[in-house]
Design a protein around this ligand. Structure first.
Ligand code: PLP
Length: 404
């Protein structure tokens, strides 16, 4: 097709004209998708190696998820929590069982789940632990990414995310990620929770040292502090287990979930915890008009059922091994490091060759979509339905980009 017949340039111009520039997307305009593949407005196909930052763990338009959504659209979509609907109990029970927890509190976005976790931990601190009123603190990690609300960016260490959005919410102590001694030293009598990602996604898929998560669990138990695991990106099959904490046999007091819980169809997030923790909330103290709506519950129940089979976790282990083997072979040939677990990888490009952004643009030119972060790093998080051949294809295209 000759260039001036393409629809992409005008679609990009229109999008830029009518939106705030809070993102810097790759110059592709997607119009349809199926499984691991996307098609743009000019009919070009791309292998999706980002999967909506793990929101599309089951790929695009997974048949049973789409069927659940269609069926629910034809029956009931929204009630608000003023009434109970018939999809609510099954979703909450099945998700609670998947998490091994007593209770679930559904919300919509990941940031809302994090805010919910913070509120619940503070209230638990005052009512159950006996923390001095107004003095609760939460220990968090350097390099964290937990969302974009004013409270959450208050404890971000990324200046782009934080600067100029103050005044900031107090009550957070930041320690280096992966450093158990620093975390232990930061805990005092007013600490109500430790809030960490078991693998830091946005930071570049940073895996903490072996033993760190069990150490956090031990310290939290000893000090009567809640261990809150933000599994919004790492959970629900991404790393080869249902939760990234499972890899080290660790059970947090509270799971924060989102992204893949909505099946790539609707925003669904949730907090899962036992009754002694989530039971501190009373009517009127927290909520959301859309949280736990019938459409969300119908889709998310199907997500939980897919995960309960274990098939997607297995795929992540097996295909992840293939992905990581392929990527490791590129270390020294354009990559300087590869990290990650399961179908999740952070790659550091040799900065002498090109930036992460440039690598992603060149990959897009070869029909593979991925996303850069922090300069020279690329994240790969393909849908868990990806095939061996598709993984090999993605690695081959990356090798070609790095070879120039
Ligand atoms: C670990 C983690 N927590 C929270 C969030 C925020 O989720 P949302 O963008 O749905 O608010 C994200 C999003 O990338 C995340 O990766």
């Amino acid at each position: 097709m000759i260039d001036d017949m393409l629809r992409t340039p005008e679609a990009i111009r229109d999008a830029e004209r009518w939106t705030a520039h809070n993102y810097h997307p790759l110059p592709v305009v997607i119009s349809s998708a199926e499984g691991s593949w996307l098609t743009d407005v000019d009919g070009r196909r791309y292998l999706d190696c980002l999967a909506g930052y793990s929101a599309l763990n089951f790929g695009h338009r997974y048949p049973t998820l789409i069927a659940a959504a269609h069926a629910q659209l034809d029956r009931l979509t929204l009630t608000s929590r003023a009434f109970i609907h018939d999809q609510f109990a099954d979703f909450c029970r099945e998700l609670a069982e998947l998490c091994g927890k007593d209770l679930v509190l559904p919300m919509n976005t990941g940031a809302e789940a994090v805010e919910t976790g913070i509120k619940v931990a503070r209230k638990w601190g005052y009512q159950v632990k006996g923390v001095t009123p107004g003095q609760a603190n939460i220990v968090v990690a350097e390099g964290n990414f937990h969302g974009r609300t004013t409270t959450i960016v208050s404890f971000s260490t990324d200046e782009d995310a934080r600067a100029d959005f103050g005044p900031y919410t107090p009550g957070f102590t930041i320690v280096p990620y992966g450093d158990l001694a620093a975390l232990t030293a930061a805990i005092d009598e007013n600490t109500v929770a430790v809030l960490i990602e078991p693998i830091q996604g946005e930071q570049g898929v940073v895996v903490p040292p072996e033993g760190y998560l069990p150490g956090v669990r031990r310290v939290c138990t000893q000090q009567n502090v809640l261990f809150i695991a933000d599994e919004i990106q790492s959970g629900l099959g991404r790393t080869g287990d249902t939760f990234a904490c499972d890899h080290e046999g660790v059970t947090p007091d509270m799971y924060l979930l989102g992204k893949a819980l909505g099946g790539g169809i609707v925003p669904v997030s949730a907090v899962a915890a036992n009754t002694d923790v989530l039971g501190v909330l009373r009517p009127g103290q927290h909520g959301s008009t859309f949280g736990g709506n019938p459409l969300a519950c119908a889709v998310a129940t199907e997500v939980v059922r897919l995960l309960a089979t274990g098939e997607f976790q297995r795929r992540s282990v097996e295909l992840g091994a293939r992905l990581h083997a392929g990527l490791r072979a590129l270390v020294g040939r354009g990559l300087v490091a590869v990290r990650g677990r399961g179908l999740w990888a952070g790659l550091d490009i040799d900065p002498a060759l090109m930036s992460g952004r440039e690598a992603c643009e060149r990959l897009a030119g070869r029909g593979v979509l991925a996303k850069d972060t922090h300069g020279a790093t690329i994240r790969l998080a393909p849908p868990l339905v990806i095939t061996e051949e598709e993984i090999d294809h993605a690695v081959d295209q990356l090798a070609a980009v790095l070879a120039g």
